[in-house]
Design a protein around this ligand. Structure first.
Ligand SMILES: NC(=O)c1ccc[n+]([C@@H]2O[C@H](COP(=O)([O-])OP(=O)(O)OC[C@H]3O[C@@H](n4cnc5c(N)ncnc54)[C@H](OP(=O)(O)O)[C@@H]3O)[C@@H](O)[C@H]2O)c1
Length: 294
């Protein structure tokens, strides 16, 4: 690569992280020019990588495809700029907006291909979250099984620690964290901790989502996939804590059942939440809608 030009979306780092500094490897390789999309928002880098390269005689161009680079690394940017994980809400609904029938049956609303896509989403997130209602109704494992990939941290919101110790989400190798409130019985918290489950108190009467997000960020969670159910989806939307929405829409009509989203306090259309950057595509029989909420 002697004399070559290197194109990167993010400024090469100049510090020791999980790997040695990239700028030194670039220098040693004989690369002469570096074209960079974004300056690294991490205060440990923040332009120092560029400075190092220039000081060592390399030509550096910055700000090339800046918006596209930010989009590619959106979780990383949010984490460093706001100190919070990037939050994606994901669920599968019928065409008439139901995530389960009136008896709570929700398996499966979407097709196998759409569920494989959902597993792929899990594998690229640092953590995946559901409410205790979903654990009690569906007993999910929240692991990556339909594709090859790493398991995210499993997070359960459970203010009163109602979770049964036999719940599937508490088994297996994937790590699990239960977010709870101070009203929860201390003995149950102790018993769960003895099983190797992390129990974190983030609220008095009920789990406070904003506190939970800060707690997850402090554990290095950059991206969080919220998988339901209705109560949890509604809270994230009402509190304005979600960045993106991924809705799998199956060609089914359920009629009365569990609505995907509960009361958002919207009384006039002017108050309705507007989605931006809507993308719609087909996976098998289903539609996948992806959109930005912020
Ligand atoms: N189709 C899909 O994609 C999909 C995905 C998931 C679930 N589902 C369906 O959704 C249904 C479950 O929905 P759900 O609303 O009963 O359960 P949920 O949203 O999974 O959990 C709600 C519970 O979480 C706890 N919680 C604690 N803090 C909260 C907060 N700040 N905001 C909201 N909830 C908080 C509350 O119980 P505590 O106060 O006791 O903690 C609350 O009752 C099931 O029928 C399931 O099959 C469908």
């Amino acid at each position: 690569v002697k004399g070559a030009t290197l194109y990167v979306n993010l400024e090469p780092c100049c510090h020791w992280g999980k790997t040695p500094p990239c700028v030194e490897a670039i220098l040693q390789s004989g690369i002469e020019e570096v074209v960079i999309g974004n300056i690294d928002p991490n205060p440990q880098v923040g332009g120092k990588g560029i400075q190092f390269l220039r000081e060592h005689g390399l030509r550096v161009r910055t700000g090339v495809l800046e918006a596209e680079g930010r989009e590619l690394n959106r979780a990383y940017f949010k984490y460093h700029e706001e100190g919070l994980p990037f939050v994606t809400l994901k669920y599968a609904q019928s065409l008439d907006g139901r995530i389960a029938t009136s008896t709570g049956d929700s398996r499966w609303i979407s097709s196998e291909r759409a569920r494989r896509f959902a597993h792929r989403l899990r594998a690229v997130h640092d953590a995946v979250l559901v409410g205790i209602g979903t654990v009690l109704a569906d007993d999910p494992q929240l692991t990556v099984r339909m594709i090859k990939g790493r398991n995210p941290l499993r997070v359960i919101i459970d203010s009163h620690l109602r979770i049964p110790q036999e719940a599937k989400v508490l088994q297996g190798d994937a790590p699990t964290l239960i977010a709870t409130a101070s009203v929860a019985p201390k003995e149950k918290a102790q018993a769960l901790r003895q099983m190797g489950i992390e129990v974190v108190e983030v609220g008095g009467e009920r789990v406070e989502l904003s506190r939970l997000l800060k707690e997850l960020a402090s554990r290095g969670v950059l991206s969080l996939l919220v998988e339901g159910g209705q109560g949890v989806i509604t809270s994230f939307l009402r509190e304005g804590l979600a960045d993106e929405l991924v809705v799998i829409v199956a060609p089914l009509l359920i009629g009365r059942g569990v609505e995907a989203i509960g009361d958002l306090g919207v009384r006039t259309l002017r108050e309705a939440k507007t989605l931006r950057g809507v993308k719609l595509r087909r996976i098998g029989q289903d539609w996948v809608l992806e959109a930005k909420l912020r």
